[in-house]
Design a protein around this ligand. Structure first.
Ligand SMILES: C[S@@+](CC[C@H](N)C(=O)[O-])C[C@H]1O[C@@H](n2cnc3c(N)ncnc32)[C@H](O)[C@@H]1O
Length: 424
């Protein structure tokens, strides 16, 4: 097997997720030393040095000083839209919020929700067909991971009616109907740049029109919230304009969990991952991936196999570090997608040449082992891949509780002072 012993500055930066500037600084500080190519004098990195450093970065025992934990001062109700298999809902429930109803169109995802929480009020069907006015003023929070769609612009500030036909319109329509104190939308990082930022701008202006001020948008990295996966989620928080309580995003934790924490007994889970079904690689793909070491990717293949496996992509530049990728035990998993064996986003098991099983997938998304998924294996992978990791959902849940505790404390105080004034 031919192993690439040296990686360029750009390849190293991409592999370990740091900028080239950071790597240059690390070189000067002796954290990760580069060597110089004799002819070009470019910096290149020894693979074994990178592996050693990655191991150190993720193994480091960090004293945790952060805690977002907070107890709800009273019962808080959530209406969860686009609920999927319940990643966000499970997380919010763990934090101490109560889901009064969940809407979802996919019948398998609805079966998953009902199977695990027979008491939850699962409203199955297209959101367009539901009227939520019965929840008016009785729900504290409306949440939802609406699928992202482009708006058609007439060149002016976007209003609610201009967005008709999109799922964001439905999200905003329900918020307007229910009048919660706070609404939280969840989406992919790509929303920031979708239509050069106009889509997000339009969403903010629509929320403004229906009476919600949007908090500066943040992209939360799941690895900072006890999730052994490099997933990112954009969070769009709207606060009803008559409320002056400040919303604070959950604080990131110092400790980073890795694949071993996901699949083996340890801090995150009390047992090793349970056995379960999973998909398999076709024979040829397995033969190719057999040649890739943990944390390796297509560049670790013999050159003739690289060319054959990559086809045209071989000549097209760019790192393509997701191709023929095998995850290592001492790193977080790369983002899981809706299907576990896609060529551009391969995530092979570290020791065995196969995709992650359904239960391994669920662990990497921090679903509890008891949470069952309904439907065929590919339906199950899809539901898991679509989810907000439960542990991230839990931290978002704490941030909501914190906001609501402060809001009710303030409004109780002002009510008390009004009645005192009346009594005097
Ligand atoms: C990103 S997923 C949400 C994941 C979920 N928040 C979780 O944490 O598991 C988006 C969901 O929206 C659902 N959806 C798409 N169109 C819908 C519609 N018209 N009405 C209701 N749900 C819809 C999809 O079936 C999918 O499950």
């Amino acid at each position: 097997m031919v192993m690439k012993e040296y990686l360029s500055l750009a390849e190293t930066a991409e592999l370990i997720g740091k900028s080239k500037e950071t790597l240059r600084r690390w070189d000067n500080e002796g954290i990760l030393n580069a060597v110089r190519e004799p002819v070009s004098n470019y910096r290149v990195y020894r693979r074994k040095d990178i592996e050693k450093l990655l191991g150190k970065l993720f193994d480091e025992v960090v004293e945790e000083e952060v805690s977002n934990y907070v107890e709800p001062e009273k019962d808080y109700n959530v209406l969860e839209l686009f609920a999927g298999a319940g990643g966000l809902a499970v997380g919010m429930e763990k934090a101490g919020l109560k889901c009064v109803a969940l809407n979802e169109i996919d019948k398998w995802a609805c079966q998953t929700l009902r199977k695990n929480r027979p008491n939850w009020n699962v409203l199955e069907g297209d959101i367009k067909n539901f009227d939520f006015s019965e929840y008016k003023n009785s729900v504290d929070v409306v949440t939802g991971g609406f699928p992202c769609q482009a708006f058609s612009y007439a060149g002016k500030k976007l209003g609610l009616n201009d967005a008709r036909g999109t799922l964001f319109y439905e999200f905003a329509r329900v918020v307007k109907e229910v009048n919660p104190l706070i609404c939280i939308g969840e989406n992919v990082r790509g929303l920031l740049s979708h239509e050069k930022g106009k889509t997000l701008e339009g969403m903010i202006s629509i929320l403004d029109e229906i009476g919600y001020k949007v908090v500066p948008v943040q992209v939360l990295k799941a690895i900072h919230y006890k999730v052994p996966q490099k997933r990112e989620r954009l969070i769009l928080v709207g606060i009803r304009k008559d409320i002056d309580t400040v919303y604070k995003y959950p604080e990131p934790y110092n400790k980073i969990y890795n694949l071993s924490d996901a699949l083996k007994k340890g801090d995150l889970f009390d047992t090793n991952v349970p056995k379960s079904e999973g998909s398999k690689y076709p024979k040829h793909k397995k033969e190719v991936l057999d040649l890739v070491p943990p944390k390796g990717y297509w560049r670790d293949l013999p050159i003739n196999i690289q060319k054959e496996y990559m086809g045209k992509s071989f000549y097209l530049g760019g790192g393509k570090t997701g191709m023929a990728r095998r995850i290592g035990w001492d790193e977080p998993s790369l983002t899981l997608t809706c299907s576990p064996a896609q060529k551009q986003t391969e995530r092979c098991h570290p020791d065995e040449t196969r995709p992650f099983t359904v239960r391994e997938y669920a662990r990497i998304q921090t679903f509890p082992d008891e949470w069952q998924f309904m439907g065929s294996i590919s339906q199950q992978y899809k539901q898991i891949g679509n989810a907000v990791p439960c542990n991230l959902g839990k931290e978002i849940g704490y941030s909501i509780i914190n906001f609501l505790n402060e809001y009710y404390l303030k409004s109780n105080k002002s009510e008390a002072s009004i009645s005192l004034a009346k009594a005097l």
